[in-house]
Design a binder for this molecule. Structure first.
Ligand SMILES: Nc1ncnc2c1ncn2[C@@H]1O[C@H](COP(=O)(O)OP(=O)(O)OP(=O)(O)O)[C@@H](O)[C@H]1O
Ligand SMILES: [Mg+2]
Length: 438
């Protein structure tokens, strides 16, 4: 049933003529064939089949009165299809009452051409609607491009907003941390010093008790001896003497942990002195290694590859804290025995320090969170989760970069890059600026 006749014309516009009348088609072809690229369908279904096969014309001239599927129905189907809904349709009709025209326009047609055709009018209407469609396409492209720009701008804004929220959050955490550190510091200090005195007093008390016991024994008074033994048993004296030392050692350990947390909280809130110094990275790293040595010595062999670098301007105390945090993390990640590799080298204008371990590694899911304040996978009492967030903040202050690569079961490598020639360090981190300004 399909009559397909791709007739080449000089225009790149493709027109589909749908009409069951050969005379009408002849007239339309004669009018349009030298200007447009034409195809013909002799009934509604053939037109739909042709379009279904992938042919998408720029404009359709559609007869209304056709057997089986009339022009209205074809139009309805084309408008209901997302792919063809935008193709302009001009109805061809011998009907000339307003009702029919209104119906066609309501269905989405752009215009009417009445039979018998006036070639001039056909040409003008086709040309006008093709131009309109072209403008419409152009406008659509502009709208799409601008919508895309808006989407990008919205994404950027959202990112900035999220960053600001994060900064606010960090600033409040910083203030909170500083407050908590201050409040805990004093009582922790006197508890620690009292425990030391207590340990000494108890040692003296024990010595005195032992002396008194020996003196009583020397008196050779069986009744007093029995009473003494009875009293010791009743009071569980031997057990108390043994346990009291353990209790004090444990308590001192606890207070040491509290002191460590306070130190971490303090540096997290930047309640520390910021003095710029020309620093030898090797020396800084060596002193950090000796600070962290207690954690490392039973766990890992340390391999060092140091390249000679000129001294760099930095905050040595804080940089040392970064190294200590990374070294302690590395040691803690090693379950039994492993290797910690420490490298110093220069890459372009960066001083690069790498601290790598053969420890447990970090899963990709956890890797996303390790720089967050208070994020820890360590058991209660072992980690505050502040170490890496402090490192990150200190590196930001130095306009440096900290990055990490890790593989579960193989180990982790932290890379620190410090600019070798920046003139001034922004001594106050954004966190501190926020905290102090609010
Ligand atoms: N070298 C490493 N190997 C494996 N996991 C690591 C390593 N370094 C950090 N992590 C992971 O990152 C988490 C966060 O580290 P971070 O130093 O911030 O806190 P923490 O070590 O848990 O506690 P804190 O340092 O405050 O004592 C750790 O709990 C651990 O899961
Ligand atoms: Mg840590």
């Amino acid at each position: 049933m399909v009559s397909l006749s791709p007739l080449q014309g000089p225009s790149t516009h493709q027109l589909l003529l749908v009409d069951d009348s050969a005379i009408n088609l002849d007239t339309l072809l004669a009018t349009l064939e030298n200007i447009y690229d034409l195809r013909v369908a002799i009934d509604g279904q053939s037109a739909l089949d042709l379009i279904d096969s992938g042919y998408l014309p720029d404009l359709i001239l559609l007869d209304i009165m056709m057997p089986d599927l009339d022009g209205y129905e074809v139009c309805r189907k084309l408008k209901a299809n997302e792919k063809t809904a935008d193709i302009p349709i001009i109805f061809i009709t011998a009907l000339d009452n307003d009702m029919d025209e209104t119906k066609g326009l309501e269905l989405g047609a752009v215009d009417y051409i009445s039979k018998p055709f006036n070639p001039e009018i056909v040409l003008r209407r086709v040309k006008t609607h093709l131009e309109l469609k072209q403008h419409q396409n152009h406008l659509q492209k502009l709208v799409n491009a601008q919508t895309q720009e808006l989407i990008e701008a919205y994404k950027d804004l959202k990112q900035i907003h999220d960053q600001m929220l994060q900064q606010e959050k960090m600033a409040s955490i910083g203030q909170l941390a500083a407050g908590v550190a201050h409040e805990i510091n004093n009582p922790a200090g006197f508890i620690g010093s009292n425990l030391n005195s207590l340990q000494k007093y108890i040692a003296k008390l024990n010595e005195g008790i032992a002396f008194m016991e020996q003196t009583l024994m020397a008196m050779n008074d069986p009744e007093t001896e029995t009473q003494l033994k009875k009293m010791k048993r009743k009071l569980k004296f031997d057990f108390i003497q043994e346990d009291i030392d353990d209790l004090i050692v444990e308590s001192k350990d606890g207070i040491d942990r509290i002191a460590l947390i306070v130190r971490n909280l303090k540096s997290f809130s930047r309640a520390e002195d910021d003095t710029l110094k020309l620093t030898d990275l090797q020396e800084c790293l060596e002193s950090s290694l000796s600070i962290a040595w207690n954690e490392i010595k039973y766990k890992a062999k340390v391999e060092k590859n140091y390249q000679e670098l000129p001294p760099i301007q930095c905050l040595p105390q804080q940089l040392s804290q970064v190294f200590v945090n990374l070294l302690v993390n590395a040691a803690q990640s090693i379950e039994d025995q492993g290797i910690i590799t420490v490298n110093i080298r220069q890459k372009e204008n960066w001083a690069v320090v790498e601290i790598c371990d053969t420890g447990s590694g970090i899963s990709p899911k956890n890797l996303e969170r390790i720089f967050e304040a208070f994020y820890t996978t360590k058991e209660v009492g072992k980690g505050t989760g502040l170490g890496l967030s402090i490192c990150h903040d200190i590196l930001q202050k130095h306009q440096g970069i900290i990055s990490v690569a890790s593989e579960i079961g193989k180990g982790t490598c932290f890379t620190i890059k410090l600019p070798m020639d920046h003139e001034e360090i922004n001594c106050k981190s954004s966190l501190l600026q926020k905290s102090s300004s609010s």
